[in-house]
Design a binder for this molecule. Structure first.
Ligand code: ADP
Length: 216
């Protein structure tokens, strides 16, 4: 289980998070909604250990992340979490398959198993025919799906997504959302998704709304 307890975060004088407590259960899809500037991305980054809270704790499967050093955190990030952003930040000089495998190579996982899992993910995501292509040779929707496969290559228990369908058309967005539900059902992944997409939020297991730095 992922749990944030009494999380506070300020930027200068701006109090962005004023004591947020949130739990995400195994195989649960939680959407975080709220107006622009409400602190959704900040909360996602803190839960995903990409940013630090000023106070409060984050527990991941009973480990208190806030107490770990950078090295230990990067191991947990690599083994247990995956991230999907609106702007997918693929490596321009690597093929789709190489981009997908990169987190597994960094984690020194078995090369053959990694290739097999990459092939399986590309099949589910319907991008197998793009395996050897560079990002510049793929459509936005295909690049986004490569980024999703990369987020899932290490079989993470927790996937953090910030406006994952923000720059996809309605059909690609729908397919991506469908995939999240399939992955939850097939692999038991939990998803924490910041989204403005009402259709996605309404299908998720739980909606958490942020307002004025608190959950309403
Ligand atoms: P949301 O995702 O709900 O749109 P954010 O979490 O991105 O909101 O931002 C919440 C508030 O914190 C905004 O007012 C934003 O300008 C501010 N903020 C976010 N990141 C930083 C930062 N690194 N430095 C200063 N202010 C920031």
């Amino acid at each position: 289980m992922l749990e944030g307890r009494n999380i506070h975060k300020k930027y200068g004088n701006l109090e962005v998070l004023k004591g947020i407590s949130i739990r995400v259960n195994p195989a649960e899809i939680v959407s975080i909604v709220g107006s622009s500037g409400a602190g959704k991305s900040t909360l996602l980054h803190i839960l995903g250990t990409l940013d630090k809270a000023d106070s409060g704790e984050v527990f991941l499967d009973k480990t208190e992340l806030t107490r770990l050093d950078t090295q230990a955190l990067s191991v947990i990030r690599n083994e247990k979490t995956g991230f999907v952003f609106q702007f997918h930040n693929l490596m321009a000089e690597l093929t789709a398959e190489e981009n997908i495998c990169l987190p597994a190579w960094i984690g020194k996982r078995d090369r053959q198993e990694t290739r097999e899992r990459a092939a399986e993910l590309m099949k589910i995501l319907n991008i197998s025919h793009r395996s050897g292509h560079l990002p510049s040779e793929m459509s936005g929707g295909e690049q986004q799906r490569v980024a999703v496969a990369r987020a899932l290559i290490n079989n993470p228990r927790y996937v953090f997504a910030d406006e994952p369908s923000g720059n996809l058309d309605t059909q690609n967005a729908g397919e991506l959302h469908e995939l999240f539900f399939t992955l939850r059902d097939n692999y038991g992944c939990s998803f924490v998704i910041v989204t403005h997409n009402l259709a996605l939020a309404e299908r998720s297991d739980r909606i958490v709304e942020l307002k004025d730095g608190k959950i309403v």
